[in-house]
Design a protein around this ligand. Structure first.
Ligand code: GDP
Length: 658
């Protein structure tokens, strides 16, 4: 009998069976594909006992292994406020899988690159023979990153420093005109350009203003800014808080302002859409004062408020002058050393199907050049093959405050990652590690991540109107995770659904779930072309319900055997190469057409096949009951003999519930 056939009867994998046979005292070669029928019979007969022994042994081994993996004596480890599973395992000196299992037991379905907080680390540690202490003064990874850039800048000698353009970010509530303002400032129709595919969006651009350069971060919404801030990178020197004159202070205005305040950078308020009939600048100022404690200059406060119409290009010149003023008076020294190796921050990152990973770097110190080696977190990601500026033109170098699109990366970095330039040593494949992309795409999965590949995953990208809702959604989704299916959030961000989101969704076969966000028409075209599933919701409950339905579809069914009955073979009517027609009497239960058939002789399994035709009184029937004679067509190896017992069963797919 074929080993695979025997394995199927025993309901274990052929490989497991092969491994087991010697343990049970049956010697078979490693490459054997058959066992003799006597051996097979014996194994089938003894299987209930053998299985028990085997399972007990397995449990013992696992228990033993689980203990061996752990430190012999309680080990004290110090972990930061948050730590990736990988780093935790490294610190503890315990295999990652062991840590993952323990996390799962505690309802945490983390992947190796995901971070766990200190409390989780401590609870899990108890069962891993660890005493987990919070590391004193230990910088969280992200803080280290921030310090890296600060260190680079602080080590520069004053004599080497030169002035650099200010970097400006535009923030505010959706629809208040951020895109239009950036567009007007650039004096290029960004919205029209997007549809026509002329304007290059690389995440930032520069303009010249009275012999000064100004760099604008060109990603409307708070997403990029928040992402960069939360990774500890400081990119913007000045913020413009846009508030529509006809709409006033809204939820995202408040949130944008909190972000600006936390970043501790100078800002001005652009009161936009003053061309509109419903515009009421005074009302906006009133709301700014009462809700945000922003007192406009002309009301005796400190905050510059520029009345503008991004649409009619009104007040823009004056506003830009105010920005220059702010950069001179408030930003302090905006300096960098252009004559050194580049350091900067990733402000956009995606994977292009044709050219591979692409990232926009805002250079913050030094000069980035073609040929430079790109390192993030001390890991080599590739070499600059080409650099493009915000006009899509090839350039050979990018100096301080200049954004440049970089080609030549082996993997996509995350938004907010700090770039440093290496000294050119060769890229070693094993040095390119998978990293946690907290706010951006997760493009690369390392082989270790395959560990939980048995669990189906619902890959999603979340876009929401404000941080609170994104977090509430994430929290609710995480509660749906179980051992059969898991939600994998590849990125979560605020604001419009962007081209980057669509690319990311395409690369990782993810769906985009939006909450109170819009999709610009140009992006909508892409979504259609790439056939990405994008769903937007205005009620969190509906979003969660949809996610639940999708997860339900991903649950792999379990196969359950249902025994139907048996028949005693009384006559063989016809035997062909791959089928037999036999007659017999149902001795137990029923015989049912299209069911599986086990051929049993003297209590021993002989072969497996299927009934493809069932006749009673010369009529095709679906089922025949106990005591009735019938004829069946058996598809399978034609081994049936008179006197054999045919056992019928069906397999039922059981779809687990969430
Ligand atoms: P964002 O969501 O903040 O980026 O807003 P958009 O720039 O996409 O603008 C939202 C809508 O307001 C668009 O239809 C713009 O054309 C319109 N808009 C932007 N600025 C002005 C303005 O100054 N006046 C008027 N009347 N409409 C504007």
């Amino acid at each position: 009998m074929n080993i695979s056939e025997l394995a199927r009867i025993l309901r274990i994998s052929p490989q497991e069976l092969k491994n087991l046979l010697p343990e049970f005292g049956f010697s078979v070669g490693k490459k054997a594909i058959k066992v003799d029928n006597n051996t097979a019979k014996k194994i089938i007969r003894d299987w209930p006992r053998l299985r028990r022994e085997w399972e007990n042994k397995k449990i013992d081994e696992e228990k033993q292994k689980a203990i061996e993996d752990l430190p012999k004596e309680k080990k004290i480890i110090e972990v930061p406020k948050s730590v990736s599973v990988r780093d935790y395992a490294d610190l503890a000196g315990i295999p990652i899988n062991r840590v993952l299992t323990e996390l799962m037991k505690n309802g945490v379905f983390a992947s190796i690159n995901e971070k766990i907080d200190f409390d989780t680390a401590m609870i899990v540690g108890e069962n891993l023979n660890l005493e987990v202490k919070e590391a004193d003064n230990t910088l969280d990874e992200d803080d280290k990153e921030e310090k890296k850039l600060e260190n680079i800048l602080s080590k520069e000698e004053e004599g080497n420093l030169e002035e650099r353009p200010p970097v400006i970010v535009v923030m505010g509530h959706v629809d208040h005109g951020k895109t239009r303002l950036l567009d007007t400032i650039r004096s290029t129709d960004v919205i029209g350009g997007e549809a026509g595919g002329i304007t290059q969006h690389i995440g930032a651009y520069q303009i010249n203003r009275k012999n000064n350069k100004l760099t604008f971060i060109d990603t409307p919404g708070h997403e990029a800014f928040t992402a960069m801030r939360s990774r500890g990178a400081k990119v913007a020197d000045i913020a413009i808080l846009v508030v529509a004159a006809d709409d006033g202070v809204k939820q995202q205005t408040v949130e944008a302002f909190q972000i600006i305040k936390a970043a501790n950078i100078p800002y001005l308020v652009a009161i936009n859409k003053i061309d509109k009939e419903a515009a009421d600048v005074n009302r906006v100022k009133q709301e700014l004062s009462t809700e945000l404690n922003i007192i406009p200059e002309d009301w005796g406060g400190k905050t510059i408020c520029s009345n503008i119409s991004a649409l009619e290009k009104e007040g823009i010149e004056e506003m830009l002058d105010m920005i220059l003023l702010l950069s001179e008076t408030e930003s302090g020294s905006l300096h960098a050393n252009p004559n050194t190796k580049a350091a900067g921050t990733v402000i956009e990152s995606n994977v292009d199907k044709a050219v591979g990973p692409l990232a926009t770097i805002l250079v913050q110190n030094g000069t980035l050049r073609v040929g430079d080696q790109l390192c993030f977190n001390g890991v080599i990601y590739g070499k600059v093959k080409s650099l493009k500026n915000y006009n899509g033109e090839e350039i050979t170098e990018a100096g301080p405050s200049m954004p440049a699109k970089v080609l030549g990366l082996k993997i996509a970095p995350s938004i907010g990652d700090i770039l440093t330039v290496g000294d050119g040593e060769k890229v070693k494949a094993n040095k390119i590690k998978s990293r946690n992309n907290r706010n951006s795409a997760m493009y690369n999965t390392s082989s270790e991540e395959v560990a939980d590949s048995d669990i189906s995953k619902f890959n999603i990208i979340i876009k929401a109107d404000f941080l609170g809702s994104a977090e509430a959604i994430e929290e609710s989704l995480m509660k749906l995770n179980n051992e059969k299916v898991k939600v994998k959030i590849l990125s979560k961000g605020l604001g419009y659904i962007t081209e980057g989101d669509v690319k990311r969704a395409e690369d990782s076969e993810a769906q985009i779930l939006g909450f109170n966000v819009k999709t610009p028409p140009a992006v909508e075209t892409q979504i259609r072309e790439k056939q990405i599933t994008v769903k937007t919701f205005s009620v969190i409950y509906d979003l969660i319900k949809y996610a639940k339905e999708q997860m339900q579809l991903l649950i792999k069914p379990e196969i359950n055997r249902i025994d139907l009955g048996s028949l005693k073979v009384l006559a063989i009517f016809r035997t062909e190469n791959d089928n037999q027609i036999v007659g017999g009497k149902v001795v137990d239960g029923v015989a049912r057409n299209n069911s599986f058939v086990e051929v049993i002789r003297d209590d021993n399994f002989i072969a497996l096949g299927k009934i493809t035709q069932l006749q009673s009184a010369k009529q095709d029937v679906k089922e025949v009951e106990k005591g009735v004679e019938c004829g069946i067509k058996f598809e399978g190896k034609p081994v049936i003999e008179e006197g054999d017992i045919l056992k019928f069963y069906q397999e039922e797919k059981i779809i687990g519930k969430l």
